[in-house]
Write a protein that binds this ligand. Structure first.
Ligand code: SAM
Length: 276
């Protein structure tokens, strides 16, 4: 069992370089303590004692990259996590988007979508909104650095515990209860979402977006990476479009020139028009 954090040495630099060169994942931008802790989990699992042994392992067994990125993934999520945020999205944001541009398509990116619960929650709300306001198209793209999380998301199959925030009515309407006890989300909802593997720090981002959900991820990144992400998000969003962060995440300092807080408790921000 490795209990100490290894010194930051050139072998750590080597791991960071390999991850970027081989998989375009920028480990450098993670909060240093978080990165050490998660790397130590992998060293421990493989019975290794230092980063140089781990760097060699990545060469010998490239599937270890997936394990490493999985270790960096805290996949905690559930349907309608922090339900007040979804309420605000449904009640205030969707009508504004539909009305402002008189548009009939909404484009959303869930950055760090984990196992898909966030995306399917958004898709359910958009489905309900189209029943209420009249039909409109929507396109939801979800990305996550963890291949395992994306694989789960693509299946759209969940246990009852991750669905506890859904009413019985919506559970019946949007899911099939299967003989193995799992709940399979309906095909029409699955067809409205697309999942891709990608590091939000390095991947090309979708553009002309109406909303970006990036919740409970940026806390793992250092300040510089957070600031770079906000610039990236501002480029990806349409003028006056929306950014939704996690409940413990905020936009500070320089990035406040890009986004204004419109619903502070729900962590909903709007892109400033002057940055368009
Ligand atoms: C705690 S989950 C949040 C899931 C969802 N957004 C929510 O709030 O319920 C954090 C997710 O961020 C993903 N993640 C971490 N670093 C990432 C990166 N650089 N690029 C993309 N996803 C990342 C993890 O794999 C994990 O699935």
């Amino acid at each position: 069992m490795i209990s100490e954090i290894p010194r930051v040495d050139s072998s750590l630099g080597l791991i960071i370089e390999k991850a970027f060169r081989q998989r375009r994942v920028d480990l450098h931008q993670y909060n240093a303590n978080f990165l050490h802790r998660r790397l130590n989990v992998r060293l421990s699992a493989k019975g290794l004692h230092d980063y140089s042994q781990y760097a060699s392992l990545l060469d010998q067994d490239p599937t270890e990259y997936n394990e490493l990125f999985q270790a960096l993934s805290i996949n905690v999520t559930e349907f309608f996590r922090d339900n007040d945020v979804y309420d605000a999205f449904y009640t205030h944001i969707i009508p504004k988007i539909l009305n402002i541009g008189k548009q009939n398509e909404i484009r959303i990116w869930s950055a760090g979508c984990a196992t898909g619960e966030e995306m399917y929650s958004i898709a359910i709300l958009l489905n309900q909104a189209s029943e209420r306001y009249g039909s409109f198209k929507f396109k939801i793209t979800g990305t996550d650095v963890s291949a395992k999380a994306i694989e789960t998301a693509r299946k759209g199959k969940y246990t009852h515990s991750s669905l506890k925030n859904l009413s019985e009515k919506n559970l019946k309407k949007y899911f099939q209860h299967e003989s193995d006890g799992h709940y399979q989300i309906n095909k029409n909802i699955m067809d409205s979402v697309t999942f891709n593997i990608g590091d939000i720090l390095t991947m090309p981002t979708p553009n002309s977006l109406d909303v970006i959900f990036c919740r409970n991820i940026i806390i793992y990144f250092g300040r510089k990476a957070q600031d770079q992400l906000f610039v990236k998000f501002a480029h990806s969003l349409k003028p006056s479009a929306y950014l939704v962060l996690g409940k413990t995440e905020t936009i500070k300092d320089g990035a406040t020139s890009l986004f204004e807080s419109i619903m502070p408790r729900e962590r909903i921000y709007r892109k400033r028009t002057s940055t368009a």
